[in-house]
Design a protein around this ligand. Structure first.
Ligand code: PLP
Length: 388
């Protein structure tokens, strides 16, 4: 019976153009891939600073593995907590202006941990467009998430006002929304949270390394620990490595260390990975030109994209969606671009709301302006073809 059930669910997905292909790629150059025998410019990944293939990270990782072992061997609380993990936690606390940070193997697990511990017995208020891992974390805590309209502080306030006075409250938002690219009004959220005695969680997976004066993200130094007591960042995007962290004060970090099941019951990340991340942080500090180049590319994309009449969303980050609405249309544009040597994400429901399917174009410091122009021209040509 279970076979029929699964087969039926899969058929339904396929019929709705929601099937996800897992293509096989190999790297080609700094910002290229080879897939299906074709050389592709990668405008789909999250390697915003072009660090994922930097040989310095690979060297640090290999050297770390030689020195500390390939595997983490045990959880942090048993005997898996090694010096590179510890050094990395200190660096991440310093990067974000927090007293402490706790390292996790993935951002998904960091969010499960935060929500499991802080959501326990609390009312959880989430932006409607929050990342799936934040919603899953609330489910793990047995808490029901109330979702407020995207970036709508008045709606959040309305929900908070209705919550019973004697329960803990948790306000949760992405710092940069992963499918839209817009940046949360962190100051506004912090204000509302403070007035309603709620803790604020910002998941800055796409902000760390990109936003802020030194790559400290959308919260970081501009919104210190009393405004944003719980700051989550990931290391597999702009920092080109893997893993994640939660930054905050002693109370928060002690609570996560003692109580968070996704922290306690898992093997520490391979120490070489922590070494690679440490090297990425060195590069982030030493080569600000990467962030400047990325910023110039974003400005260029938006200016020329608007002039060409492309349906861009209001994003000042490397995530630059082209809103097409319909899933079939989105897939067809992505396929045409693929034939022309450009890989972009075709993002469809349930990742985004129905009617909001889009190409998710991501820019990287590894790109150059000429390649951006070429992609912009191809997009404009697809739009013109449809109009005629
Ligand atoms: C990618 C992402 C995560 C998950 O991080 P991983 O390290 O890939 O597990 C969490 N939150 C947001 C907003 C993300 O974009």
């Amino acid at each position: 019976m279970w076979r029929e059930t699964l087969a039926h669910r899969l058929e339904t997905r396929r019929a709705k153009s929601l099937w996800r292909d897992r293509a096989l790629y190999r790297p080609a150059g700094d910002a290229g891939l080879i897939g299906s025998g074709r050389r592709l410019h990668d405008f789909a990944g999250n390697d915003y600073l072009g660090l994922a293939r930097d040989p310095r990270l690979a060297e640090a990782q290999a050297e770390g593995a030689h020195r500390h072992g390939s595997g983490g061997r045990a959880s942090h609380l048993v005997c898996g907590h090694l010096s590179p993990h510890h050094a990395l936690e200190e660096r991440l606390a310093a990067l974000t202006g927090r007293p402490r940070a706790l390292l996790f193997s993935t951002g998904y697990m960091a969010n499960l941990a935060v929500l499991q511990v802080l959501g326990d017995g609390a009312r959880v208020f989430q932006d409607r467009l929050n990342h799936a891992s934040l919603l899953d974390g609330a489910a793990l805590a047995g808490a029901r998430s109330r979702r407020f309209h995207h970036a709508d502080l008045a709606d959040l306030e309305r929900l908070l006002t209705r919550a019973p006075a004697d329960t803990a409250r948790l306000v949760v938002s992405d710092g940069v929304f992963s499918m839209d690219g817009d940046v949360a009004d962190v100051g506004g959220l912090a204000d509302v949270a403070r007035r309603h005695a709620a803790a604020l969680v910002i998941d800055d997976a796409h902000g760390i390394g990109v936003l802020g004066e030194h790559g400290d993200g959308s919260a970081g130094f501009r919104h210190p620990v009393d405004a944003v007591p719980v700051l989550v960042g990931t290391l597999g995007k702009a920092l080109g490595s893997a893993g994640a962290f939660v930054a905050g004060d002693d109370l928060l970090i002690d609570a996560l260390t003692q109580l968070a099941r996704p922290y306690i019951y898992t093997t520490a990340q391979p120490p070489g990975v922590a070494c690679a991340t440490l090297r990425a942080l060195d590069i982030l500090a030493a080569e600000p030109e990467r962030r400047r180049h990325l910023q110039a590319l974003i400005t260029h994309w938006r200016t020329r994209g608007a002039a060409l009449g492309l349906p861009l969303l209001p994003s000042a980050t490397p995530i630059q969606p082209v809103l097409l609405g319909d899933s079939t249309r989105t897939l067809s544009w992505a396929r045409r671009l693929h034939e022309q040597g450009f890989l972009v994400g075709a993002i469809r429901p349930p990742t985004v709301p129905r009617g909001r399917a889009r190409l998710r174009v991501t820019l990287s410091a590894a790109h150059d302006r000429a390649t951006l122009d070429e992609l912009l021209d191809r997009l404009a040509a697809l739009a013109a073809e449809e109009a005629s």
